[in-house]
Design a protein. Structure first.
Length: 193
């Protein structure tokens, strides 16, 4: 332990001596060197620095829309441009304006699925508690006939627990499906909360 402390103290002393032996450079000297370096850079190599004044002169930033992929004769013949293939859009045809559900429909779908999942999780928790309680009863009993009855009840509870857990997973997949469908449809995330 003492050896480690001596090594650490020696390393700290060595760093201090090395740092004090190096010539100190003042901030003024560093600023002059940087100014000379910047002056030496050719004007064509300098990057443009945008300030708030630049934005005020032009009325703010403009956000443009990327152009869509051009339609070629091959795409026009196969209908690829209309379906969005090769343009980064979904492969399905665009739904009609009447087919697009509104905020209330999306919110209702998500709420229904989340409530069903919550009920399944609560049921699974209750079944797990029941199975644990039946196991405690089973281990505390001496009567073989009563133990068989409790074991049968515990087996039934565990089977129901497995079914409920599978239902919970199915409902979780359904929620993920609704979220993915909403993402593809361009639904704002707030509609699903």
């Amino acid at each position: 332990m003492k050896r480690e402390i001596r090594l650490i103290a020696g390393a700290a002393l060595l760093c201090t001596v090395a740092a004090s032996g190096a010539p100190a450079q003042s901030l003024v000297d560093i600023a002059r060197q940087e100014q000379a370096r910047r002056a030496a850079i050719a004007p064509r190599d300098r990057s443009r620095v945008y300030t708030n004044d630049d934005l005020r002169d032009r009325g703010g930033l403009t956000i443009g829309v990327l152009p869509s992929a051009p339609v070629t004769e091959a795409d026009a013949g196969t209908g690829r441009a209309a379906s969005g293939i090769g343009t980064g859009q979904d492969d399905g045809a665009a739904p009609a304006a009447d087919d697009i559900p509104g905020e209330d429909e999306w919110r209702a779908r998500m709420t229904t699925a989340q409530q069903a999942r919550a009920r399944a999780e609560l049921t699974a928790s209750a079944l797990q508690n029941r199975a644990d309680g039946l196991w405690a009863q089973f281990t505390a009993m001496d009567d073989p006939a009563r133990r068989r009855v409790v074991e049968r009840q515990r087996t039934e509870a565990l089977a129901e627990l497995d079914r409920t857990q599978a239902e919970t997973e199915r409902l979780q997949q359904q929620i993920r499906g609704i979220q993915e469908e909403a993402r593809r449809a361009g639904v704002p995330p707030g509609w699903l909360r």
